[in-house]
Write a protein that binds this ligand. Sequence first.
Ligand code: GLA
Length: 672
Amino acid sequence: MRHPHTGTTRRRVVYALTALVLTTAAAAPAAAEAHEASASAASADGLALTPPMGFNNWNSTHCRADFDEAMVEGIADLFVAKGLKDAGYQYVNLDDCWALPKRDADGKLVPDPARFPHGIKAVADYVHAKGLKLGIYTSAGTKTCNSAGFPGALGHEYSDARQFADWGVDYLKYDNCNNQGVDAKQRYTTMRDALRATGRPIVYSICEWGENKPWQWAADVGHLWRTTGDISDSWSSMLSIVKQNLPLAPYAGPGHWNDPDMLEVGNGGMSDTEYRSHFSLWSVMAAPLLIGTDLRKASPAAFDILDNKDVIAVDQDPLGKQGTVVSSAGGRWVIAKEMKDGSRAVALFNESATAQRIATTADATGLPEAPAYTLRDLWQHRDYNTAGTIAATVPAHGTVLVRVAADTDWAGHPPAVDLGLDGSPLLEAGTPATLAGTVTDLGRTPARRVSVSLTGPDGWTVRPALATTADALPTGRSLRTSWRVTAPAGTPAGSYDLTLRASYRSPSGERVTGTLPLTAAVVQPPPSGTSYLSDLPWLSAVSGWGPAERDSSNGESGAGDGHPISVGGSAYAKGLGVHALSDISFYTGEACEKVTADVGLDDEKGTHGTVAFEIWADGKKAASTDVLTNAMPARPLTADVTGAQVVRLVVTDGGDGIDSDQADWADARLTC
Ligand code: GLA
């Protein structure tokens, strides 16, 4: 069941017409209200009053030999040197594999002398001397999760807790492997009591992966609890976790947090845009911020994300509310977090593979009525004013994170302007295409001397078909823009960058420039007749583990590591092999009629996995299955895609996380 740490698919992000997985977060359980009352016990110890911040080695090293004393102390050094300590990062945490497989003759845990030649106490002393804190890991079972069989604490709770306290440990992550079927609440409560008995303040992190719904019983057991299975360094994994963690908002608060797992920022499996979404979403969900990359090797871009103090302030707000979903449709998410000062942090998160305009209002996020608001963009670090609309065109997989306040300072800031493009840049080489858009003043004050431009790659022609300037745009008014764009004949199919820029002046004369990075796809017209989809180029492909494969199953790691496709005992020579969450799009140019496939979970995974299949024709779901399991034979699926520009094959995780969800589009064909 445990997955190897893998790299992920490189995606080509392209513009499809309207694309979109419809997603809805479950309504907040009402039971949580009552539960708030009993939630004070853990908070009473005064620990983790805001979500814990720090580092854990697991996501970057797993059990590798480079997890050692030098790493841990190096991270502590960097916390200080790079200003991360000042930004609030405090805990330096050791994960699995720090111990020897055998306890000593007295039943005590023994640190691995190859990794920690001076023992754990020496590391704790080092970390403490820097004004930081040390965390450690074990399992609420007979052994930890690693196959080397390191000792777990089940039956040794008081002795192990004592040993941790004696070493100077400040944080314990308590895992769930090899638990011998003992009741979870009992196992986790015993360790809570053992930690309390030491008299040392120790933050207690429950890691049973959400299996026993700890949000219902653990508020007075631990300070945080994992809500899902393990994160991996992929867009699909991160997204699937977001969808599981969002509905649990009512259960989070000071001293008792939902934990959607540690950060992957900087590990290389996602783009910087996706990592900014990851960090924005964790913050708006009041999640623990545990850096999961080896900072000794991290890029400046990773530091910039992890060190964003405007975003960290959202996570660390003392009111301690987890953000809730204001709206979610077509991959356009609005998530708002109430802040102690009355303002709202608002994430405009675009789940889809095409740029989309995402909009809400100050009122919808719970702000009081006011003539205007200050809107701070937390990635640009700039303040604007808005008359009430909170909107932006958000790049594929991106998040615009703002903080909006009904204050009196708004008039000192320039108006917010929304820069957008309608539809999607899909072009056939040599044929001009029209790209239209709008520039809209969202502010209470006018935007003056507005001027807009669109630029494309060298050799492309971009000609305005409408005016590109306006003297003044008052509140709510738009300048319509339109461009004729031609990619030279012979341009190879693929993705190309376009940039839309607007500049304007505030009433006080301040000059403001906004840019919207866009991606255009140069496409080939679909062949007529019936073709296997695995023989056609795709516009974009996302797969949860490993890349989407042609004519083989998905082997979960690198390209080409799958096997012949097999569903319900039947073998297929042709088809697409993916892993949930998956989304593959094909250009059909309004010229095709039908998609057919035999869909199901690949036999490779035995009895594991649950998924559902969907075929989308532009913005419309044209066919879907209910949740399928590995016990089922292949299910024939047919979709009428007449008139669609773009067809998408989507696999969801059936609502239970993406583990073991190897799915096949066997024999998938397109008729044009
Ligand atoms: C489990 C946990 C992970 C990590 C590993 C270590 O999978 O959920 O976060 O601690 O064990 O073996």
